[in-house]
Write a protein that binds this ligand. Structure first.
Ligand code: SME
Length: 161
């Protein structure tokens, strides 16, 4: 297993994702423990991009519950329809929020978080968790993040869950 990530911080965002995703795949494919893999994926994204917060909320039947993450302490339980995470879970679609203050029902775990992307992760056609990435900058996430984080979600659904 690679112990260091190879990252060129001068690269474009797309180039960084192109470099990072194969390393995340290499890091996780030989490991069967889901929690360990989620923890390393959160760490790799945080390390690679310096995001304010990266983590997973797992469907625990009644609600979403905080899983492995990197960043400041966070809300533990989120109802299936609540917040950006619940919206991504219930609509089964990636949601980009340019300004969290403009999103009706946004759940503020930290007042430092200004924009957010939440990507649903599917197993057998059902959303089983969401990946939540927060930035302390407004309007930080765009189509490039959506494309690559959905690729990551697809890899996870097929190989790790
Ligand atoms: N903002 C999220 C809650 C999770 S924290 O950002 C880590 C939401 O509205 O669902």
């Amino acid at each position: 297993m690679a112990e260091t990530l190879l990252l060129d911080q001068t690269a474009t965002k797309a180039e960084k994702y192109e470099t990072l995703l194969p390393q995340i795949q290499a890091l996780t494919l030989g490991e069967t423990d889901l929690i360990a893999n989620l923890a390393n994926i959160a760490a790799a994204l945080k390390q690679g991009f310096g995001f304010f917060w990266v983590g997973f909320y797992l469907d625990r039947g009644k609600e979403l519950v905080l899983g492995p993450f990197q960043g400041t302490i966070a809300c533990v339980r989120i109802a299936h329809q609540a917040g950006v995470c619940g919206a991504a879970y219930s609509t089964q679609k990636t949601i980009i929020v340019a300004d969290v203050d403009q999103f009706d029902g946004h759940i503020a775990c930290s007042s430092d978080s200004k924009s957010e992307i939440v990507v649903p992760i599917f197993k057998d056609g059902k959303v089983v968790m969401v990946l939540d990435v927060d930035s302390e900058h407004l309007n930080h996430f765009d189509e490039t993040d959506k494309v690559y984080l959905e690729k990551l979600a697809e890899f996870m659904g097929k190989n790790l869950l």
